[in-house]
Design a protein around this ligand. Structure first.
Ligand code: DER
Length: 231
């Protein structure tokens, strides 16, 4: 991944968009972690906000830095969601400009719920995430019982599914919601919207990592500043 300095710049720029009284979606991953820490500092300085975490990790970090927490049932809406991504389409001429692949952290089911519930969803990224076309594997969260059947359906879509193994646990990664993850390689994805629709229609798929037409902006941390893309 990219430099931590670039990630920090992106995260802190996004945190600066958080206004008093906001309900903020708190994304998952190392880039958003910088935003959460910056929000924690703003809360220490008197900012009054409530955060909705998108994973066990973002909840733990928010508690650690003192961001007051709430949930979707307890609020009338989400003003701003801040989250990272694994890939961001940065070709202005592409129909998929601003489309994302997310799910590297296996948190994409709750991320997509919170990110799309927000009035405004901004991505924080370093330059290594930018691409002309989406081409990474698409993480697909599946009901545990469904992983073999869904894998067959992915192959029928010319994808190559791999059940995501855990590192420090025997067996597969299990998400915060108790699901498994198939990382599905499709090569270059020229029409992510069409693939997203197909993936969503497969029984047993809980959520996939294609976020198309969802992000409102991306803050890209560079070595000497922040670039902003608006979609
Ligand atoms: O899981 C996700 O979608 C996360 O946002 C993640 O993949 C981005 O993580 P990073 O900011 O640590 O690269």
């Amino acid at each position: 991944g990219g430099s931590d300095e670039a990630k920090r710049r992106a995260g802190e720029r996004a945190a600066a968009a958080v206004e008093d009284g906001f309900v903020v979606g708190l994304g998952t991953g190392s880039t958003t972690a910088h935003a959460i820490r910056a929000i924690g500092r703003a809360v220490d300085d008197g900012l009054e906000i409530r955060g909705i975490p998108t994973s066990f990790q973002s909840r733990q970090l928010a508690l650690e830095v003192g961001v007051p927490l709430t949930d979707l049932d307890a609020v009338d809406g989400v003003d701003l969601a801040i989250d990272g991504a694994d890939q961001v389409v940065d070709d202005r001429d592409a129909a998929a400009f601003g489309a994302l692949i997310k799910g590297g952290g296996a948190a994409h089911a709750r991320e997509k719920l919170v990110d799309t519930a927000a009035d405004r969803f901004v991505v924080v990224a370093d330059p290594s995430k930018l691409t002309d076309r989406l081409e990474r594997s698409v993480p697909v969260a599946v009901l545990p019982d469904a992983h073999s059947v869904v894998a067959d359906r992915i192959r029928a879509l010319d994808g190559e599914p791999t059940l995501r193994d855990a590192e420090r646990k025997d067996g597969p990664v299990v998400t915060d919601n108790g699901n498994l993850v198939l990382d599905c390689a499709f090569g270059r994805i020229d029409d992510p919207d069409e693939l997203a629709t197909r993936l969503s229609g497969i029984p047993g798929v809980v959520e996939h990592g294609l976020f198309v037409g969802v992000a409102d902006a991306t803050y890209i941390g560079t070595d000497d500043g922040v670039e902003v893309r608006r979609y």
